[in-house]
Design a protein around this ligand. Structure first.
Ligand SMILES: [Zn+2]
Length: 328
């Protein structure tokens, strides 16, 4: 089964920024190394600029934006910017289309940054990476913008509203994958109340109806994403699928496909696992989805259940259509 693959989330940039000796071409180092992406027929890969909430977040984010910029130039035989031109010409280009995203707005502003500093950092990063596939206000924890997945009861803060307002007109979606439920609600309400043109997606999340974890979407929030024309990328991490049943991956995909065949896509979430602190989460991935080379076999397994047109939508069409519409 060979379809091109589009994937909404990997952490190659933070790996390259933080790990000594990190090599984007080393299959032993990271499951989304370029050779794995090529083996899996990946045609489009979102690369997250990930930062923690701390004093160094703006510096770390700036560094990852620079790394992304350098990849486009130094590795131009392997990767190209994923943009409207790439969408038009991808069938005659054998490179991987890449685009950055921001996972944690702490990368735009640490807790003590002033707003002129935040706007400046935002503008500079956006200029460096060209365009952003999406912005996530938080990661797991709380920051000045709102509450992350594991911060129940903390929603959208005034600074979060201000950042959303700044995103208007820039054709950058807001990502619900790392929000608390209250933050997701706050974002949707703020957008509706002020009629803001900001698309909504969930870049790398599964379904809470199948596996109860705060990182997964309730069906209610999934429907909100779908209703607004967004896309939902299925996450391959064991922790968010089902700790014991590898095949649950297929059930999450089928659940999303049933909700809306035009919204479901991949958001595998491959990252550097060799310094991962929580022993209980090892192995991070099941063998059937342990690296980006596995997409063809995943599609093969799904071909028993999904029609060819649904497989194609899942593999890349939904993502391509979403960005084609957004940027047209
Ligand atoms: Zn994440």
């Amino acid at each position: 089964m060979t379809y091109p693959i589009a994937d909404l989330h990997c952490d190659l940039l933070s790996f390259l920024a933080a790990v000594p000796g990190a090599d984007a071409f080393s299959k032993d180092q990271i499951p989304c190394a370029f050779p794995w992406l090529q083996e899996g027929e990946v045609k489009m890969q979102v690369m997250a600029i990930f930062t923690n909430v701390d004093q160094s977040s703006m510096k770390m984010a700036g560094m990852q934006a620079e790394i992304f910029y350098d990849l486009l130039r130094k590795e131009e035989k392997t990767v190209a910017m994923f943009d409207s031109d790439f969408l038009k010409n991808h069938t005659s280009d054998d490179r991987i289309g890449i685009i950055a995203s921001v996972e944690n707005a702490a990368g735009f502003g640490h807790e003590k940054a002033t707003w002129p500093e935040i706007y400046k950092q935002f503008d500079r990063m956006l200029a460096t990476v060209g365009q952003l596939a999406y912005i996530s206000l938080t990661h797991h924890t709380e920051n000045r913008f709102g509450g992350g997945n594991y911060t129940e009861g903390i929603g959208l803060k005034e600074d979060g509203k201000r950042l959303l307002d700044y995103m208007v007109g820039k054709k950058i979606p807001i990502d619900l994958s790392h929000t608390s439920d209250l933050l997701a609600e706050g974002i949707l309400n703020h957008i509706d109340r002020h009629n803001l043109h900001i698309p909504i997606i969930a870049s790398h999340s599964n379904f809470r109806a199948l596996w109860d974890n705060k990182r997964n979407l309730t069906d209610e929030f999934a429907q909100e994403v779908i209703k607004r024309g967004g896309i939902i990328g299925v996450n391959f991490l064991r922790e968010f699928l089902d700790q014991n049943v590898p095949e649950r991956l297929f059930e999450h995909i089928l659940h999303g496909n049933k909700m809306c065949e035009d919204a479901i896509c991949f958001g595998a979430d491959f990252f550097y696992t060799q310094n991962f602190p929580e022993e209980s989460r090892q192995p991070l991935y099941f063998p059937l989805a342990e690296n980006a080379g596995k997409y063809p076999s995943i599609l093969e397994s799904l071909s028993k259940t999904l029609s060819e047109s649904h497989l194609k939508k899942l593999a890349f069409e939904n993502v391509f259509n979403f960005y084609r519409n957004l940027w047209s």
